[in-house]
Design a binder for this molecule. Structure first.
Ligand SMILES: NC(=O)c1ccc[n+]([C@@H]2O[C@H](COP(=O)([O-])OP(=O)(O)OC[C@H]3O[C@@H](n4cnc5c(N)ncnc54)[C@H](O)[C@@H]3O)[C@@H](O)[C@H]2O)c1
Length: 393
């Protein structure tokens, strides 16, 4: 049973726009199709013909790498800048079908709403939405329409995080006391890649949200209240009105009534010379034990006369040479997208129910929890770092 897929957005995460690479979403679709041969038509909707052309070029290069021939249908088709080109794309799609939405954070809500109206199963990149009210509306809408809606929280597929979850569940850490997360990216992310929308989001919403979701995933606890501080310095001086760094404390409560604090230290003004795009570390401390994961330094380092020191993450979204002469992509970023595509095929073949999937995937309901934390942190920032209760917890 062939599946029509629409990708909305053609940026860095979809196809590596502005980089030498291919992003994550597009290689994942190629990898899934290599394994299943289940792709019907691939559609992509962006806002300009330039980005449509760039997407087609990346498809051609990936086709060569995978030794296949995948020709996408791209929108908009003419030179007008079109923010509704995804509606044209949707009108061409045949069932079974699904959509992956990878547009700037503040556009997730409106576009996801339209896709639900068009009866499409959907994956939205994180965060689900910037506000709880928007996310709740989407969660209700997918339920009402009997659709599968998930958020692309790929860290749920990172084996290092699966070990954190198992160690916590085994009781070896005891009752949790606190957890510390440090997560940062280079200055070029807000200044170059997201220049047009960096001031519509925050470093906590764009990046920190991953480890808020991770704490939920590991402990199944609910967030209670949030206090946040932040600094506007470098980016503001350089014309972008957003925080350089946000520090945030989240109080969580587990099912057995234990409370603990998660502290997140985030920034996106790391020097360009830092040895990885993402600097990411987590530690979790309980009454009986501690567990620490350096998720930047995965034990693979490269330096040469031509290049600076680089810490390579072989586990996120990486290309490897296959047994034949072609290439393959593996990693938790790839797994999160291919799992969604496999689930959609299974739904079409009636091999799995939506209720079952809701229990085991990052559903919209699950994503509401991290969205509520982000919204509370933004409110705390506006109110002199006061503690803010998290909605619906
Ligand atoms: N870059 C990453 O590593 C990464 C990782 C995970 C999730 N994300 C999330 O993915 C989303 C997009 O990030 P990105 O890195 O690709 O950003 P980007 O700025 O590189 O790309 C955004 C894309 O969205 C398109 N777009 C904007 N409005 C549109 C509309 N109305 N219709 C169709 N397309 C539209 C733009 O043309 C552009 O192609 C964000 O929510 C981000 O938080 C990014």
């Amino acid at each position: 049973m062939k599946l029509d897929i629409l990708i909305i957005g053609a940026g860095m995460y979809v196809c590596g726009k502005g980089t030498d690479g291919f992003g994550t979403v597009l290689p994942a679709i190629f990898q899934w199709n290599k394994e299943t041969n289940n792709l019907g038509n691939l559609y992509c909707a962006s806002t300009t013909t330039d980005s449509a052309k760039n997407f087609s070029k990346k498809c051609l290069e990936l086709s060569q790498a995978f030794e296949t021939n995948l020709v996408p249908h791209c929108f908009p088709e003419n030179d007008d800048q079109k923010s509704k080109s995804y509606k044209d794309a949707i009108s061409h799609m045949k069932n079974p079908s699904c959509v992956i939405i990878a547009v700037p954070d503040h556009l997730h809500y409106e576009i996801a709403k339209e896709c639900i109206k068009a009866d499409l199963h959907l994956m939205v990149v994180k965060p689900l939405t910037p506000t709880y009210a928007e996310g709740e509306e989407l969660a209700n809408a997918v339920n009402k329409a009997n659709l599968h809606g998930v958020v692309e929280f790929h860290k749920r597929w990172d084996r290092s995080n699966l070990i954190l979850k198992e160690k916590y569940a085994s009781g070896q850490l005891g009752d949790l006391l606190y957890s510390l997360v440090e997560y940062s990216q280079r200055k070029s992310v807000p200044q170059k890649h997201f220049k047009s929308w960096a001031d519509e989001t925050s470093i906590l919403q764009y990046l920190g949200v991953h480890y808020v979701d991770m704490m939920r995933f590991i402990t199944e606890a609910y967030p209670q209240r949030v206090s946040a501080t932040g600094q506007k310095n470098y980016l503001l001086k350089n014309g972008i009105n957003t925080y350089d760094s946000i520090q945030c404390h989240v109080e969580w409560k587990t099912a057995d009534g234990n409370t603990f604090i998660q502290t997140l230290l985030t920034n996106w003004i790391d020097p360009e010379g830092t040895s990885a795009v993402s600097d990411q570390k987590i530690k979790i401390v309980g009454t009986k034990g501690r567990i620490e994961a350096d998720q930047k330094d995965r034990g693979l380092m490269m330096v040469s006369d031509e290049s600076m020191t680089e810490h390579i993450n072989p586990y996120f979204s990486m290309s490897y040479s296959a047994q034949d002469s072609s290439r393959e992509w593996f990693g938790y970023g790839i797994d999160s997208v291919t799992t969604f595509l496999r689930d959609i095929s299974a739904i079409a073949k009636k091999e799995v129910t939506l209720q079952r999937l809701k229990k085991i995937r990052p559903s919209f309901e699950e994503a509401l929890i991290s969205t509520a934390v982000i919204e509370a942190a933004h409110l705390s920032l506006k109110n002199n770092s006061e503690w803010v209760n998290v909605q619906n917890s």
